[in-house]
Design a protein around this ligand. Structure first.
Ligand SMILES: Cc1cc2nc3c(=O)[nH]c(=O)nc-3n(C[C@H](O)[C@H](O)[C@H](O)COP(=O)(O)OP(=O)(O)OC[C@H]3O[C@@H](n4cnc5c(N)ncnc54)[C@H](O)[C@@H]3O)c2cc1C
Length: 381
C-alpha cells in the first residue's frame, strides 16, 4: 500500500495550488457577492487545463486519471467551492460522452468541452423527482427522425452559465429503463432559464431549465434509447468521490484558518492554541476529514484500476460533506465573532459546503446505493 502521490500527481497539485492562490482565492467573496463568476474565470480555468483533465487525449484532453481530478477539485474547493462545478461537470459529462458516445459525437463535443468552449450542465433533477430520479417525467416525444423535449429541470448547477446540457428525458415506459440522455445546446428559443436564489455557492448560478418544444435529432441521443439513466449512474461512481473531496477541501481550508487564528489570538493571557478545549475539537475534525479523504481517494484509485468504485465513493459522498459541514462550523466557532462575519472567509465556506450534502445525491440516496451493493437489490430496491 502506497500513500504517496506519484511525481505527476505532485506536479499537478503544485500547479493547481499556485493557480488557486493567484486566480481563485482572491475572488471568492467577489464571486459570492456578485452571484456570478468573475469575468475571465472560465478562460483561466480553460487555460489551466482544468476542463481537459479527464477528456481522452485523442479528443483534445489531458487523458488523466480520476485521482488527478480529485487532487485538482480538492484544491480548487479550498479556494472557492463554487468554481468547482463547471470543472466537475466537464469531467462527469465528458466521461459519460467518452464512454457512451459515437465516434462522431466524441469528435464533435469532447474537444470544445476540454477547451471550455462548451460549459456543460447535468440536467437530471425535476421539481417532483430528485432522489427518485428514475421517476423523471420530462418527455422526449418522437417526431420525424428525432424527438421533442417538453418539461422542466430544476436545481441544475451552472444553469445560468452553461452553453450545453446533458438532459435526461423519458423516451420509454416507467422506471430507469425508459430514460434516455440527450446532449443539447441551451441557447435556443425553446429553452428558458431561471436562476434560483441560494444559501451558498451563489456564483454557480443554479437554476431551472424549462424545455418547451425543443427538437433534438438522432445525433443528439447519447448511448442507446433507454440507456441514459444507467450511463449517468456509472458516472456518479467517480463524481461522488470527487464531490467528497471538494467538501474535504472546504473543510480543511476552514480548519487551516482556525489553526492560524488559534496561534494569533490570545485569551486569558495566552494564545488560543494553548487551550486544549480549543485545539482538541479542531484535531478531531482534522482526523475525520483525513479519514474521509482516504476513503475518497480509495474510490478514485479503484476506478483508475478498472475496479468498481461505488462502495467507497458512496460512503465518501454521505460522510465527507457531513464531516466538512461540522468541521467548518467548528472553525467558525473558533474564530468567534470574526467567524460569524461575512467579512471573513468562514461564513461563506459554511453556506457553500452545506450544498454538497444534497448535490449528486443526499446521504439517504448514497446509503441506499451502498446497502444495495452490500445486501443485494432485493433487500434495498
Ligand atoms: C448545490 C446543489 C447542486 C445541484 N446540482 C445539480 C445538478 O447539477 N443537476 C441535477 O440534476 N441536480 C442537481 N442538484 C439536485 C440534487 O441532485 C437533489 O437535490 C438531490 O438529488 C435530492 O433531491 P431533492 O432535492 O428533490 O430531495 P428529495 O428527493 O425530495 O428528498 C428530500 C429529503 O428526503 C430524503 N429522502 C428521499 N427519499 C428517501 C428515501 N427513500 N429514504 C430516506 N430518505 C429519503 C432525502 O435524503 C432528503 O433529505 C443539486 C442540488 C444542490 C443543492
Amino acid at each position: 500500500m502506497d500513500f504517496t502521490l506519484n511525481p505527476a500527481h505532485t506536479e499537478l497539485a503544485k500547479r493547481v495550488d499556485e493557480f488557486v492562490e493567484e486566480k481563485i482565492a482572491p475572488h471568492r467573496q467577489e464571486n459570492d457577492h456578485e452571484a456570478t463568476y468573475r469575468p475571465g474565470l472560465i478562460a483561466d480555468l480553460a487555460a489551466a487545463g482544468l476542463f481537459a483533465l479527464r477528456i481522452p487525449r485523442e479528443h483534445g484532453g489531458l487523458g488523466l486519471d480520476s485521482v488527478s481530478s480529485g487532487i485538482a477539485l480538492e484544491r480548487l474547493a479550498g479556494g472557492d467551492l463554487a468554481v468547482c462545478f463547471p470543472v466537475l461537470n466537464a469531467g462527469l459529462i465528458g466521461g459519460v460522452l467518452a464512454d457512451n458516445g459515437t465516434p462522431g459525437q466524441k469528435a464533435a463535443w469532447l474537444p470544445p468541452i476540454a477547451r471550455g468552449d462548451h460549459l456543460v450542465a447535468l440536467a437530471l433533477t425535476e421539481p417532483d423527482h430528485g432522489t427518485d430520479a428514475a421517476g423523471i417525467r420530462l418527455t422526449a416525444r418522437p417526431e420525424g427522425d428525432g424527438w421533442v423535449l417538453d418539461g422542466e429541470k430544476t436545481s441544475i448547477m451552472i444553469a445560468a452559465h452553461a452553453t450545453h446540457a446533458l438532459v435526461f428525458a423519458r423516451t420509454g415506459g416507467e422506471g430507469a429503463g425508459g430514460i434516455s440522455a440527450f446532449y443539447t445546446a441551451l441557447d435556443d428559443e425553446h429553452v428558458r432559464r431561471e436562476r434560483l436564489s441560494d444559501l451558498g455557492c451563489r456564483a454557480g448560478g443554479r437554476g431551472r431549465l424549462i424545455f418547451d418544444g425543443l427538437r433534438v435529432g438522432p445525433g443528439d441521443l447519447v448511448g442507446a434509447p433507454g440507456g441514459g439513466f444507467r450511463a449517468v449512474m456509472r458516472g456518479f461512481g467517480v463524481s461522488r468521490a470527487l464531490i467528497a473531496l471538494m467538501a474535504i477541501g472546504v473543510g480543511n481550508a476552514a480548519l487551516g484558518e482556525a489553526y492560524a487564528h488559534a496561534k494569533r489570538r490570545t485569551a486569558f493571557g495566552q494564545p488560543l492554541g494553548r487551550h486544549q478545549a480549543v485545539t482538541f475539537p479542531l484535531v478531531e475534525h482534522t482526523t475525520l476529514l483525513h479519514a474521509a479523504r482516504l476513503v475518497s481517494f480509495e474510490a478514485l484509485c479503484r476506478a483508475d484500476l478498472g475496479e468498481d468504485p461505488r462502495i467507497p465513493s458512496n460512503m465518501a459522498k454521505w460522510w465527507a460533506p457531513k464531516a466538512a459541514v461540522e468541521a467548518v462550523h467548528q472553525a467558525l466557532l473558533t474564530l468567534g465573532h470574526l467567524g460569524w462575519s461575512e467579512d471573513g472567509p468562514i461564513a461563506q465556506r459554511l453556506r457553500d459546503v452545506i450544498g454538497l450534502q444534497l448535490a449528486d445525491g443526499t446521504a439517504a440516496a448514497t446509503k441506499m446505493t451502498v446497502a444495495r451493493l452490500l445486501l443485494g437489490k432485493e433487500y434495498a430496491p
